[in-house]
Design a protein around this ligand. Structure first.
Ligand SMILES: [Zn+2]
Length: 245
C-alpha cells in the first residue's frame, strides 16, 4: 500500500506580517525536510487592502522555494469580503467573474493547475469555468461522511474522480483533513484511490489559522511527524497514473 500525504495552505493573508512570519517558518521547515506544500492563493484580500505587491513578492518567494502555487477563490459579492458585511453570491456571473479575476492576478506568477473553493462551495458554474480556464485538478470536495459543514452546494465523494468538460478533464480530489482532524485521526481517514493500492490524505489549513497557537503547534507537529509532504499537483500526477516523482 502506498500512502501519499499532500499539504494544502489556503493562502489569504500572506500580506499580513504576523501571518507571513509564521507561514514562512512552516514552509522553511518543510523545505529543510525536502518536502513541499501547495499554496492555494486567494489574492483578493491583499488587493482590497492595497497590499497586492507584498503578497505577490511573498508568493513568488514560496514558489522559488519549490512550493506549488494554485488558486483559492471565495465568491463574495463586490469587495465586501469580511464580516459582518460579506455576502456569498454563487450566481453563474459572480462565480465566473471571481474565478477570472483571481486567475488573472495569479497568471503573472504561473498558470495554476489546481483549485480549491472557499467554503467548499461547488455551485453548478464552477467546474465548467475551471475547465475553461485550463485547471487540471480541484480539491473542493470533501469525503462522504464528513458532516462538520452542510450547505446545498457541497460535494461529497468516496474517492477521487475525473469529470469531462468538452475537450478537457478535471480531476476531483477530495480534501480529507483539517489540521485538528489530521492530529486526532493520525492513522485513519485516508481515502483509497481505487487503483494500485494508493491511499492518500490531503490536509489543509488557512494561513491565518497559524495566528492561533494551537494551530501553529499542530502544523509544526504535522510537518515534523506527519509524513513526507508533497504538493497537491504531485498527488494529482500520482492519481493520473504518472507515478511518484
Ligand atoms: Zn478560504
Amino acid at each position: 500500500m502506498i500512502r501519499f500525504h499532500a499539504l494544502a495552505v489556503h493562502t489569504e493573508r500572506i500580506h499580513d506580517p504576523r501571518v507571513w512570519k509564521r507561514l514562512r517558518r512552516i514552509l522553511g521547515a518543510l523545505s529543510r525536510k525536502g518536502a513541499r506544500a501547495t499554496l492555494f492563493v486567494y489574492p483578493f484580500r491583499a488587493v482590497v487592502e492595497g497590499r497586492s505587491d507584498l503578497a505577490f513578492d511573498r508568493i513568488r518567494q514560496a514558489q522559488a522555494d519549490g512550493h506549488e502555487i494554485a488558486q483559492h477563490t471565495h465568491f463574495y459579492k463586490d469587495q465586501q469580503i469580511d464580516k459582518p458585511n460579506k455576502v456569498t453570491d454563487l450566481s453563474q456571473e459572480n462565480v465566473v467573474n471571481c474565478l477570472r479575476r483571481d486567475h488573472q492576478w495569479l497568471s503573472r506568477i504561473c498558470l495554476p493547475r489546481g483549485f480549491t473553493s472557499g467554503g467548499w462551495a461547488v455551485p453548478p458554474a464552477l467546474y465548467p469555468a475551471l475547465a475553461e480556464l485550463g485547471f487540471e485538478y480541484d480539491c473542493s470536495a470533501r469525503p462522504v461522511g464528513w458532516k462538520r459543514l452542510d450547505h446545498p452546494h457541497m460535494l461529497r465523494l468516496r474517492e477521487p474522480e475525473t469529470r469531462r468538460f468538452w475537450q478537457s478533464e478535471l480531476l476531483i480530489i477530495p480534501t480529507t483533513h483539517g489540521l485538528k482532524d489530521a492530529i486526532f485521526y493520525f492513522r485513519t481517514g485516508d481515502l483509497a484511490a481505487g487503483f494500485r493500492g494508493l491511499r492518500y490524505r490531503l490536509v489543509y489549513f488557512h494561513d491565518y489559522d497559524l495566528l492561533r497557537w494551537e494551530a501553529y503547534l499542530a502544523a509544526w507537529v504535522l510537518v515534523h511527524a506527519g509524513g513526507a509532504w508533497r504538493t497537491c499537483g504531485e498527488l494529482a500526477d500520482a492519481l493520473k497514473g504518472g507515478g511518484f516523482a
